[in-house]
Design a protein around this ligand. Structure first.
Ligand code: ADP
Ligand code: MG
Length: 220
């Protein structure tokens, strides 16, 4: 079953809600190994996203996600905001003009988003960044879709992989971003960007687990 723009709106709203709830926690993680602004940055960005997507909620998925990316790029400074902005801009470009997004389309869009993050930030796996949560998660989603899983099942597995990747940042020494200035002192702390990326996958999985509107009447 195709993913609708309404489900993607639901995702963005859920994600903005979790970011607002976890703002202090994310900022605390960043205070330990960075400059203590990740929660503030992400919350500012996603509050802007909620306003900016209002006029495009009924448009295609590409427009929705590109609008999200532009809102983030325009409202958040630092490293995290522009990287998330790039993620959504690239994912949106991959879904240009599509209103019914297939499982394969969604996985390709997530892959395009991650590719943008890696091109822009140049992080490798195990550098202790958001890439450590996103890479295994999106690979898992792709593998599950190829096995024939529903998009809800695939994203649920992806969220689990993101959580494992996020926890896996704890013993790592940071090699990119502000945390890298700490060298060995970054070891033992969970990366804030990997944490917000886990929330991103988890809320996507939650939004896709719901039966889309219309499907109920078609089967009942
Ligand atoms: P800043 O570091 O500029 O204060 P944030 O605090 O909002 O920005 O975001 C920090 C997060 O950004 C880190 O926890 C890390 O996951 C991510 N990050 C930083 N640099 C990079 C990079 N080069 N590539 C990928 N992710 C990065
Ligand atoms: Mg910071």
């Amino acid at each position: 079953m195709a993913v609708t723009t309404a489900q993607l709106v639901d995702w963005l709203e859920r994600y903005a809600g979790v970011i607002a709830e976890q703002k202090q926690y994310l900022t605390g993680l960043d205070a330990a190994i960075g400059d203590g602004d990740h929660g503030i940055n992400m919350d500012r960005g996603f509050q802007t996203v909620l306003v900016k997507i209002e006029p495009v909620k009924n448009k295609d998925a590409g427009t929705l996600l590109k609008t999200t990316g532009m809102a983030l790029v325009g409202s958040v400074g630092g490293a995290g905001g522009p990287l998330y902005g790039t993620f959504f801009l690239r994912a949106g470009a991959a879904l240009d003009g599509k209103s019914d997004v297939s499982r394969e389309d969604l996985v390709s869009a997530l892959e395009a988003g991650l590719k943008g993050v890696v091109e822009r930030g140049k992080a490798n796996l195990k550098d202790k960044t958001m890439v450590d949560a996103l890479t295994p998660a999106i690979a898992r989603a792709k593998a599950r879709v190829q096995e024939g899983a529903s998009i809800g099942e695939a994203l649920s597995s992806a969220a689990e992989a993101a959580e494992t990747g996020m926890k896996g940042t704890i013993p790592l020494k940071a090699l990119k971003g502000r945390a890298s200035y700490l060298g060995d002192r970054s070891i033992g702390h969970q990366d804030p960007g990997a944490t917000s990326s886990y929330y991103m996958l988890r809320t996507l999985s939650e939004a896709l687990a719901e039966v889309p509107q219309g499907a109920k009447t078609a089967t009942s």
